[in-house]
Design a protein around this ligand. Structure first.
Ligand code: KIV
Length: 264
């Protein structure tokens, strides 16, 4: 992959990784993660939890996703930009999915991501046939939290493992260009990765995948309750707090604004 040009969906091939993905939801952070050299940016519906203060992703709307996708696209990243299809934007059927996916593409996404396995393969196929690249997402699907009963690991039983491998194959056959594998045991992620000829991008599922993805706010220390599988690489929360505390202290002490910060 040529690092100087914009990524295309066709750059993501089996054996070409490991691919580095991260989420971003606004223009400045999209610019920063792009300059840091990631291969893909996901405008995840995790924005509901890490940016909008919602308890889960079910309250995220198409309007939220369109606005945040457009903000990320305005950074003109070299990385591929994929936008999440939010809860109930595709479940009603292929035509609803097509209309909503088109809105995300028109907002600047290079592709969309759909949560679910074989049961949504017909939707993936419809979008891909219409020219919209689709990333699958299996394992823990946060949009199914009500039926799952919580954010828990998936794929511990033989039956679940078999279903995950079948789901990955169904998504691949439907035309998905990559598949996110969330919070499954590492040996299961390895088997899924070996079973499909498109890249798997893992989160909380171990090292035997074609790429990794993390939520930006977990990586930079801005999440209140990061999942156990995330790694914090910086403490931006402390940096923000100490900068703002210093500003408040200087205003109260009459030290800001000082002479260079205003004009007569
Ligand atoms: O919404 C999101 O950020 C995601 C990632 C966790 C894969 O779907």
């Amino acid at each position: 992959m040529d690092a100087r040009r914009r990524r295309r969906v066709t750059d993501f091939v089996k054996g070409g990784g490991p691919y580095v993905w991260i989420t971003a939801y606004d223009c400045p952070t999209a610019r920063l993660v792009d300059e840091a050299g990631v291969d893909g940016i996901l405008v995840g519906d995790s924005l509901g939890m890490v940016v909008l203060g919602l308890p889960n992703t079910l309250g995220v709307t198409m309007a939220d996703m369109v606005r945040h996708t457009a903000a990320v696209a305005r950074a003109s990243p070299k990385a591929l930009v994929v936008a999440d299809m939010p809860f109930m934007s595709y479940e009603p059927g292929p035509e609803t999915a097509l209309k909503n996916a088109a809105k995300l593409v028109r907002a600047g996404a290079d592709g969309v991501k759909i949560e679910g396995g074989a049961e949504y393969a017909h939707i993936v196929e419809r979008l891909v046939k219409a020219g919209i690249p689709v990333m699958g997402h299996i394992g823990l699907n946060p949009q199914r939290i009500l039926t799952l009963g919580g954010f828990r690991m998936v794929g511990r039983t033989e039956e679940q493992k078999r279903k995950l491998v079948e789901d990955a194959k169904a998504l691949r056959d439907a035309g998905a260009f990559a598949i996110v594998v969330e919070f499954v045991p590492a040996p299961v992620a390895r088997e899924i990765t070996r079973s499909v000829d498109v890249p798997t991008v893992c989160i909380g599922s171990g090292p035997h995948c074609d790429g990794q993805i993390l939520v930006l706010h977990d990586v930079i220390g801005l999440s209140e309750r990061p999942p156990s599988f995330a790694k914090r690489y910086a403490d931006v929360a402390s940096a923000i707090k100490s900068a703002v505390a210093k500003y408040a202290e200087e205003v109260r002490a009459g030290l800001f604004p000082s002479r260079e910060h205003y004009r007569e």
